[in-house]
Design a binder for this molecule. Structure first.
Ligand code: MRU
Length: 356
């Protein structure tokens, strides 16, 4: 998608370096950063210079390429893979990408390993882009249907950033929106700010602005009243891990939106590529929920009138805080899962129907 009219992907490989858009600087500064070694890749994932389930998977795949460039040694590669998997615990795409790479690299001889690693990382990236595009084409049908019935702007609420910045391109939750916009369907997006890191306000609103899509940032608690007033036609969110029973783990606050949507008969969709499905865990209580530094809660960051980025404390130093990064939306609250293969019910039957 575009930034100031120029097309970008979120990650690419150039001259033995991995290039990323540093998302901790957005929307105030657009900075392309070089990842030179696997440590840089781990740091980028941990500090959320890159974030969003598919993009952290892609970064981990390239992280292993960097590891081989640094030291072509099996025990170093294994250590790198373990450290990459541990860098963020909740999004399954991270482990999925590392496992896929390691499977490809096992038993390969030293002189071929770099090429094989690079080809596989590129395949993961190209596949994600294709899947996100297809998610968009599948989700477009839902927006089209609402638009045809309503004969007016379709209002869509989204939470966090499951946009192109969270993937390679297109995004998951935003892909149907981009496709609808390109088809001339009038859409408007309610963007949850998504405290504490404000991925909605900082990233989703930014990328929608760059594509010329009408959007309004709202507080995380505003969705309920907007739904009661009939001002939300549908919700679409992304996910970090969806279980085979259809339970959805996503950014903290997603569950409350789904409850509100249910109470107000607003369709609640989750968009995901198949790399986000965890077929192994059967009970959502087994999903590791990331607990992040409380400083993300106690401090807010923004730009002042002199264009300087400042961080300020917002509550007493003595106060305790708990910064859970994800929550679970039970399948019963999900209207449907929008995947690269089609839309299905949020259930084992639905998912297995698409992914045998
Ligand atoms: O903590 P983040 O910013 O990595 O969380 C991102 C989300 O929760 C997204 O909704 C999810 O990863 C899906 S991205 C297509």
């Amino acid at each position: 998608m575009r930034i100031e009219g120029k097309s970008y992907k979120t990650i690419w490989f150039e001259n033995n370096l991995v290039k990323i858009i540093d998302q901790t600087k957005l929307p105030h500064q657009f900075v392309i950063k070089d990842l030179k070694n696997v440590k840089d890749a781990i740091y980028a994932i941990k500090t959320m210079e890159v974030r969003g389930a598919p993009l952290i998977g892609a970064t981990a795949a390239y992280g292993l390429v960097l590891s081989i460039i640094e030291k072509n040694d099996l025990s170093f590669l294994k250590k790198s893979s373990e450290e990459l998997i541990a860098s963020r615990p909740t999004a399954i795409n991270l482990k999925w990408a590392v496992d896929r790479m390691m499977k490809k690299l096992t038993g390969v001889n030293d002189k071929d390993i770099l090429k094989i690693a690079l080809d596989e990382a590129k395949a993961i990236i190209e596949e994600d882009e294709k899947f996100c595009k297809n998610i968009g084409l599948n989700g477009l049908k839902i927006i089209e249907e609402i638009s045809n019935k309503k004969k007016d702007t379709v209002n869509i609420l989204t939470h966090c950033n499951a946009g192109w910045l969270a993937t390679i391109d297109w995004g998951t939750a935003t892909s149907p929106i981009y496709h609808a916009h390109q088809k001339g369907i009038k859409v408007h997006v309610w963007v949850d700010e998504t405290r504490p890191r404000n991925q909605g306000a900082n990233l989703t609103s930014y990328e929608l602005n760059e594509e010329g899509i009408s959007n309004t940032v709202i507080t995380d608690n505003a969705g309920g009243i907007l739904m009661q007033r009939g001002e939300v036609d549908m919700c679409i969110v992304g996910t970090d891990r969806t279980l085979s029973n259809g339970d959805v783990c996503n950014k903290i606050g997603t569950y409350l939106k789904a409850l509100s949507a249910k109470d107000n008969n607003v369709p609640f969709y989750v968009a995901l590529p198949s790399s986000t499905i965890d077929w192994s865990i059967k009970d959502h209580k087994q999903i590791p929920i990331e607990e992040r530094n409380s400083k993300e809660l106690s401090h807010v960051e923004g730009i002042d009138e002199n264009n300087e980025i400042k961080k300020v404390r917002i509550y007493p130093q003595k106060s305790k805080s708990l910064n859970l990064a994800f929550d679970i939306t039970p399948a019963k609250l999900v209207t449907g899962l929008i995947t690269e293969r089609g839309i299905c019910e949020a259930s084992e039957k639905g998912l297995k129907g698409l992914f045998k």
